[in-house]
Design a protein around this ligand. Structure first.
Ligand code: NAD
Length: 325
């Protein structure tokens, strides 16, 4: 039995990861400022803790730990990450330094850091059909403001901890991951959840349209959570220490994503284009290296994944009928 820590175990990917690690038989300690919102955690021990605080209590959790899965981050969709640069950088740099230090002192066996495609240079993402982003395109650096810069900084920090202190690090660069049991309202939700909520609300309220931020022609790729969790585990097991993309490599526009959600809901609504943060114009994942190193490629297509996500969000919308959010 491996003894592991998952930081951010109260969040979307962290909660799904805990379920997977428990099914493998690991002993799991979860750390987060909050418990998972939508389902009880399966962690053997769940510590409510703000990782921005350095303390003996936090560092002692790492004694005897085999694997650290470092997922805790102050993050959200474009609406959140485009408007809180200082808060996000301060919080995430602090979280990651404290977690790396605790892992170093306790001499944990393996450490996996969750970076993001937001660390890639924005100058490669100016067109709707921008070329897929490959790992070696990271430098010269020009990441997305705030969130992207922090991800790149912590990637470097992991590399230096590896070189100077011998910490056995892994770095994953997630492209958008989506699925049930994630943020779906309140400002931190990402596009698949936000569009699912808007469609479910429009049906509930008898509206004939949904709002889309921008012209809807901006593109991304979307990976279903079950594929992400499989890939993440393969990366931890692989011994590969350089940054690795993890996402789907099918580029879709936000308009196409909205159409996929509407198809899952069995409706056709008008799209009303409104001002809103859009991030880069076009982004896709180059999965060549990931396929070569891990033999991993996502198996769940967009329609299947969106259909599962929509069904879950529709239930949340129905349950919260009349609630202010
Ligand atoms: P999430 O917001 O659902 O989970 C992050 C968790 O970190 C939350 O539960 C939050 O409470 C916790 N956290 C925040 N500040 C904390 C603090 N000070 N102390 C302790 N816990 C704290 O996000 P997620 O989608 O599960 O993302 C997990 C990781 O993957 C993050 O590092 C994120 O940046 C990265 N990532 C995710 C995506 C994606 O599409 N979901 C894409 C790129 C990168």
């Amino acid at each position: 039995m491996r003894k592991v820590i998952v930081t951010g175990a109260g969040g979307f990917i962290g909660h799904h990861l805990v379920n997977f690690l428990k099914s493998k038989g690991d002993y799991v300690i979860g750390v987060d400022i909050k418990k998972p919102e939508f389902e009880a955690t399966k962690c053997d021990k769940f510590v409510i803790y703000d990782i921005r605080e350095k303390s003996k209590l936090f560092e002692d959790l790492f004694i005897g730990i085999d694997d650290v899965w470092a997922l805790a981050a102050d993050m959200g969709g474009m609406g959140f990450i485009s408007q809180n640069h200082a808060t996000i950088m301060r919080n995430n740099v602090t979280i990651n330094i404290n977690t790396l230090e605790a892992a170093r002192k306790a001499k944990v066996k393996r450490y996996l850091y969750t970076s993001s495609a937001c660390m890639y240079p924005v100058n490669f993402q100016t067109e709707e059909d921008s070329a897929p982003l490959a790992e070696d395109m990271a430098y010269p650096a020009n990441p997305q403001h705030g969130y992207g810069w922090e991800k790149l900084y912590t990637e470097k920090l992991c590399e230096y901890y590896r070189e100077e202190f011998g910490l056995d690090t892994r770095i994953v660069r997630f492209h958008n991951t989506y699925g049930p049991l994630g943020a779906w309202r309140g400002g931190r939700e990402k596009a698949p959840a936000a569009l699912s909520r808007k469609v479910a609300e429009a049906i509930r309220d008898g509206k004939d349209h949904i709002d889309i931020w921008g012209d809807g022609r901006q593109t991304r790729s979307f990976c279903y959570i079950d594929d992400t969790i499989k890939g993440l585990n393969l990366l931890m097991e692989s011994g590969y220490t350089k940054p690795l993309n993890m996402g789907r490599d099918e580029m879709v526009s936000i308009n196409e994503l909205a159409d996929t959600v509407m198809k899952a809901a069995g409706v056709k609504l008008k799209k009303v284009y409104v001002d809103g943060p859009q991030g880069v114009r076009g982004r896709n994942s180059d999965n060549s290296l990931c396929k070569k190193i891990l033999g991993w490629a996502p198996e769940i297509d967009l329609e299947t994944g969106i259909s599962k996500t929509y069904e879950w969000i529709k239930t949340q919308v129905e349950k919260n009928q009349g609630a202010q959010y």
